[in-house]
Ligand binder design. Structure first.
Ligand code: UDP
Ligand code: MN
Length: 305
């Protein structure tokens, strides 16, 4: 790290996932908007390089390449792109996340391509030791600020925290934890901010890989059976991949997470407003301040500047 902190490091690592993109024009245009806005606002130090890690299946890679070339064409900062082979990563990943896939996937199977949606939680075991931090961001986002500022947040992690993450902005976990909430009146589980535990959204993730590697507690939670025990304790089943895991773990061990300001992942999806939660929706959805990253989740359009 050094005196300059995380944002002063020579290489700033960002991870992007692009899968099943070859016949998905909508996904492609979202990725274009995401990467163009990233490039437009990015400003780095004179000796800094933005390292973009693109993880994609073989048919999606040319799409990713074209989108990146277009977005970086007039970039005013040093950058490089590292392509990761989905088969290599998935092979390493599957044994680590198989149990989580069973608990937190929509389908019944453990299709290995889907293990990618659980990559973040075992990233510290997939990437080389030389990479100590990485920021993973969805491609249905738009930047309204310099991504370098997000790296500064690594310096605000309290002792014991391994991941920086923003709250989920819909009452989806209020819904999914209904049984636990019924059996534990007054619980903070599923309650809105500022005092509750609304769960997390994985659209923007600060992964302190070094801390993830060193945390005994975090690695214990990845062992076979651990997630299952938590899921039983909280009567929890999910379908949202890694963010279900982080949400569930966060209910039992909030100290593992550094909660980022909502403006770093201003989610826009409002599906749950119309599906039984109109009365409490705004307690979750509210986010004051200048938005730094918009997240057009569930295909929600992002407002123009
Ligand atoms: N993604 C992808 N191909 C897909 C679906 C998802 O590459 O077919 C990646 C993409 O980076 C996307 C992320 O996975 O941003 C999470 O999915 P999405 O943003 O659609 O989920 P949401 O935020 O709406 O829950
Ligand atoms: Mn998204």
């Amino acid at each position: 790290a050094g005196a300059a902190g995380a944002a002063g490091e020579a290489e700033l690592h960002v991870l992007l996932l692009l899968a099943k993109a070859e016949r998905n024009a909508a996904l492609r245009s979202k990725a274009e908007a995401a990467l163009r806005s990233l490039a437009r606002f990015a400003k780095l130090g004179p000796r800094q390089t933005l390292v973009l890690h693109l993880l994609s299946d073989a048919p999606s890679r040319p799409v990713g390449k074209a989108v990146l070339r277009d977005a970086l064409r007039s970039a005013q900062f040093q950058h490089k792109v590292v392509f990761h082979d989905v088969d290599v990563v998935a092979e390493k990943l599957l044994p680590l996340v198989e149990a989580m896939q069973k608990l937190f996937s929509a389908g019944a199977g453990t299709y290995y391509g889907d293990s990618l949606f659980f990559l973040s939680l075992a990233m510290h075991r997939v990437l080389p030791k030389e990479i100590s931090r990485i920021i993973q961001v969805d491609l249905d986002v738009e930047y309204r600020t310099n991504i370098r500022e997000l790296f500064e947040e690594f310096d605000n992690f309290p002792e014991g925290a391994v991941i920086g993450i923003v709250h989920e902005m819909q009452p989806v976990y209020r819904h999914l934890f209904w049984q636990y909430r019924q059996e534990h009146p007054g619980t903070k589980v599923g309650e809105p901010p500022p005092d509750g535990l609304p769960g997390f959204n994985s659209g923007v993730l600060l992964l302190n890989l070094e801390a993830m590697r060193h945390s005994e507690l975090y690695n214990r939670l990845l062992e076979p059976g651990a997630a299952q025990r938590l899921a039983d304790q909280f009567h929890f089943r999910g379908h949202l991949g890694d963010q279900d895991f982080f949400t569930l773990v966060g209910m039992a061990h909030p100290e593992l997470f550094h909660v980022l300001d909502c403006t770093w992942n201003r989610q826009l999806c409002s599906w749950w407003r119309e599906h039984g939660y109109r009365d409490v929706f705004d307690h979750y959805f509210r986010c004051d301040g200048h938005v730094r990253i918009y997240h057009g989740n569930c295909n929600t359009p992002i407002p123009q500047e």
